[in-house]
Design a protein around this ligand. Structure first.
Ligand SMILES: Cc1cc2nc3c(=O)[nH]c(=O)nc-3n(C[C@H](O)[C@H](O)[C@H](O)COP(=O)(O)OP(=O)(O)OC[C@H]3O[C@@H](n4cnc5c(N)ncnc54)[C@H](O)[C@@H]3O)c2cc1C
Length: 386
């Protein structure tokens, strides 16, 4: 096993770290307070080539793969977890899925803009009454001959009201049972009538990452915007989630690292009873627990990236990476707040943001229960690893 970054990976991680420290860090607390989504960060990332991962150069990509993408996103999310959505919302969601399932025309029309940051992307699966049970979605897309008519609503969509291009999943055969009869559509939000996008302004964390409800009322979608085969949307959705979940795995591992770094620094600076609190055995135990979980999460993250890079089955590894990252982030944020004492409970330090942001990972893109079901199901031979 080789744990060292290659020269390319080192370079891209340094570029992303430098970018995050110069362009994201100065605004973190201000944007957090104002619940502000700073769209220009996405544009700047595109200009620097930080959105082009996993996409061939002919479609505007940077020609680099999963390991480099994760190395870059890790540095960005470590500074502000809200920005973990940059690569997953633009690339691992819409761009990569269009690359895999799209026609040549769709690839040329949408992928370069998602890589350059001209477009912000999103993907909409969840509905008010259809969360973990994706197949139970009710939104419909009716074939009207020369166009599709979409009706229904989507809930909890990251970047739903700020994205330009998004993937939306809907029932094209409402009579079909279970996961059958679902299809995937590319939506050009700025040029489609009949879609109301409602910001969800109050949520526990991720205050600089917009979340939305989308209401489709006779939204007319061009015929050619069907992505992939008709009625194969569920398979497309699962394929996509196996990629986008890397955004959660990376974001949570990065958040865990931020908590650990912050807590270790504070433990060395803060003195009580005449010595740094880091000298107390109980603080050391907390730091050791954080380090153990943080390191394990990071290894599982890069193992999943490596499997993807080598086109090997990665679903179990991705779920494990997301679970380990989530547990490390939630536990790490909790311990960090304890180590910082009262200051951790104030807004002088980022402990509150860390804890709020960590909790997202227990729910999004498959709850922890769902990921444990995937890990166990594959281990027990009930489902293949993909
Ligand atoms: C901030 C935010 C951003 C989001 N962004 C997006 C997005 O961009 N696109 C999108 O499509 N969705 C998005 N979501 C939705 C998210 O993916 C769903 O909320 C998630 O899949 C869980 O669905 P649910 O909330 O309906 O929970 P439910 O499915 O109702 O689950 C409730 C509880 O029951 C448990 N449960 C359910 N089924 C089982 C089972 N079979 N076995 C064991 N336990 C089970 C769950 O683990 C959970 O604890 C976002 C959500 C949030 C909060």
């Amino acid at each position: 096993m080789d744990f060292a970054y290659t020269e390319d990976q080192k370079m891209i991680a340094e570029l992303a770290k430098d970018f995050a420290e110069k362009e994201i860090a100065p605004y973190v607390e201000e944007d957090e307070e104002n619940h502000y989504y700073r769209r220009e960060i996405l544009t700047q990332m595109g200009e620097l080539g930080l959105l082009g991962f996993n996409i061939p150069e002919e479609y505007g990509g940077n020609g680099l793969g999963w390991m480099e993408a994760v190395a870059a996103l890790y540095e960005i999310a470590k500074v502000h977890t809200s920005w973990r959505l940059s690569i997953s919302g633009n690339i691992w969601g819409p761009a990569l899925t269009i690359l895999e399932y799209g026609t040549e025309e769709q690839k040329q029309l949408y992928i370069p803009g998602l890589c350059s940051g001209e477009y912000a992307g999103s993907f909409a699966i969840t509905e008010a009454n259809s969360g973990s049970d994706v197949a139970s979605m009710k939104m419909t897309a009716k074939d009207m001959g020369d166009h599709w008519l979409l009706n229904g609503s989507k809930m909890w969509i990251s970047g739903g009201h700020t994205s330009d291009i998004g993937l939306v999943f809907a029932k094209t055969d409402p009579a079909a049972s279970g996961s059958k009869g679902i299809s995937c559509f590319i939506i050009d939000y700025n040029n489609t009538e009949g879609i109301t996008r409602i910001p969800i302004n109050k949520k526990v964390g991720m205050w600089s990452a917009p979340t939305s409800e989308l209401v489709f009322e006779d939204a007319r979608i061009p015929k050619q915007n069907l992505l992939g085969p008709l009625n194969k949307g569920f398979q497309i959705c699962m394929w996509m989630l196996n990629n986008t979940r890397m955004g959660c795995a990376t974001g949570s591992a990065a958040l865990s690292a931020a908590c650990l770094e912050g807590a270790a620094k504070y433990a060395n600076e803060r003195t009580q009873f005449g010595q740094p609190i880091g000298k107390f055995q109980m603080i050391q135990q907390q730091i050791a627990e954080m380090k153990l979980e943080d390191e394990a999460a990071k290894y599982l993250l890069f193992k999943a990236a490596w499997l993807k890079e080598n086109k090997l089955p990665s679903q179990q590894a991705t779920s494990m990476a997301k679970l380990a990252g989530c547990n490390a982030a939630v536990h790490g944020a909790n311990l960090a707040m304890k180590i910082y004492g009262s200051y951790g409970y104030s807004d002088e330090y980022p402990c509150g943001r860390w804890l709020r942001d960590a909790k997202q990972f227990e729910t999004l893109e498959g709850t922890s229960n769902i990921h444990m079901t995937i890990v166990a199901g594959i281990e027990l031979g009930y489902q293949p690893d993909r």
